[in-house]
Ligand binder design. Sequence first.
Ligand SMILES: Cc1cc2nc3c(=O)[nH]c(=O)nc-3n(C[C@H](O)[C@H](O)[C@H](O)COP(=O)(O)OP(=O)(O)OC[C@H]3O[C@@H](n4cnc5c(N)ncnc54)[C@H](O)[C@@H]3O)c2cc1C
Length: 539
Amino acid sequence: MARSNELGEFDYVIVGGGSAGCVLANRLSADAHCRVALLEAGGRDINPWIHIPVGYFKTMHRPAIDWCFMTEADPGLNYRRIEWPRGKVLGGSSSINGLLYVRGQREDYDRWRQMGNTGWGWEDVFPLFKKAENFAGEANEYHGQEGPLGVTPAPDRRPICDDWLQSAVNAGYERNPDYNGARQDGVGHFQVTIRNGRRCSAAVGYLRPVKHRPNLKVLTKVQASRVLFENKRAIGVCYFNRSSDQEELIRAKGEVILASGSIGSPHLLMLSGIGDSDQLHSQGIEPLVHLPAVGKNLQDHLQSRLVFKCRDQTINDDVKSLRRRLLIAAEYAAFRTGPMSMAASFVVGFMRTGDHVATPDIQFHVQPWSADSIGRGVHKFSAFTSSVCQLRPESRGEVSIVSKDVRDAPEIHPHYLATENDRRTMIEGVKIARNIASFKPLASKIVSEYQPGDDIQSDDDILDWIRNTSTTIYHPTGTCRMGQGQGSVVDERLRVREVSHLRVADCSIMPEIVSGNTNAPAIMIGEKASEMVLADRQR
Ligand SMILES: Cc1cc2nc3c(=O)[nH]c(=O)nc-3n(C[C@H](O)[C@H](O)[C@H](O)COP(=O)(O)OP(=O)(O)OC[C@H]3O[C@@H](n4cnc5c(N)ncnc54)[C@H](O)[C@@H]3O)c2cc1C
């Protein structure tokens, strides 16, 4: 039996201190009369590599800060299991992500609205992106400069990435200086969540400045194990306190808000008896509400990474030499510039694979480095990576529960490449990457194509290479889908169906994945959820 902790009752208990959870903690505790508790399964963000942008390569796969999920064997990937990192620390995945700041396409949000989600169209959410943002670039109507989230136009340049840009232009793609501006199409430099050479995670931007508020209690190393209900009203949360090794409970007189991410939130709902009744029964969980949509509708961006050996020096060369490494460290220590201040990718391309699509359906991430496995060292030769992902996959996967013990990770079935359109789009993406590489100036810098390699030419061979080598670009979404009716888990105010005083606010609520990276949208969801919770409080 869980024992009550000594902290008393809170108005709001937020579960998960990630991208969306940190926003909620900040905005809800802005009212001094409102007692807010934030529960985070991971620890505080004290690992110094979290805050140095290049630390991205050091934090992934570390169980102290990464959940280190693995998918099940996926038929679309020739039955490979792949790693799915997720942040397990204050800041959540925004503390270990690649720092790329992308909002998606206005059409993404307009589609959400057309699905019946009033208040989620582009005109509704655009002000929230601006409200969140503290843009270090030139002021203009598309960016905010007073928000908590530091965003900077890519601070570093690498010649090989600029060559890729020029080759893309020579291949007929338009240069776009601001893909978060009037339109997304084209090629340009990334904007990044970096402030003064340091990572601006959601914890740094939103939590740190307010952590001393007396009405905000942040509990770390506590893993929520279920939501407590009284007559289908959420009244609190049970959790394992890793410090005391005990099960405790915390009470919410207002609401419980799950912000545990696209794996954690559906998992917690199922542990709490909300999900497919048969599935829950089979794990010995007493169903509270039969809601089969929980855990379904899983969507992710699959990336295929083309690697080209080149004549130019790349990061691969930088890390080979001790002398060079010391110089880089000295530059960062003195000025917070240079390769240690770099995000995962430098250059981006949003493109269409054909005239049949109205808006870009693929995205390129161009990186002045290459590796067999991200986060486990780079190649010993000079090379760059041209990674391509499909922006709006049709394939749908699932997160399913395997035990009633929260410490047993759920199964993840991504079901990549399950439709003809998804397979075709990825094949076309690889062809576009090769086409760009055939244009000058890049063509004259490339020594050879290392991956997939010259012997892979036919569509069948390209698809097989995609299946054998592709990996996640870390954007799982959709598992607590927002919408109308039985196919959804939450309504447009993020309230979980058929219970009261319980919301979900994180990437899991996306009805369809956005056409871009998902951190900025997660933060926007946190902003939107905060507004709705506060508005309902007024009522
Ligand atoms: C390696 C990597 C690279 C990425 N690169 C980029 C990028 O460059 N740009 C970009 O836009 N996006 C990127 N993303 C994706 C982006 O960071 C995420 O989509 C976003 O942070 C998700 O926000 P969220 O609030 O939904 O969940 P998260 O930020 O993952 O937060 C969920 C939080 O809940 C906690 N939690 C889970 N279960 C429990 C529980 N039972 N009890 C208590 N706490 C719990 C977790 O520990 C975590 O802190 C990347 C992600 C990863 C992992």
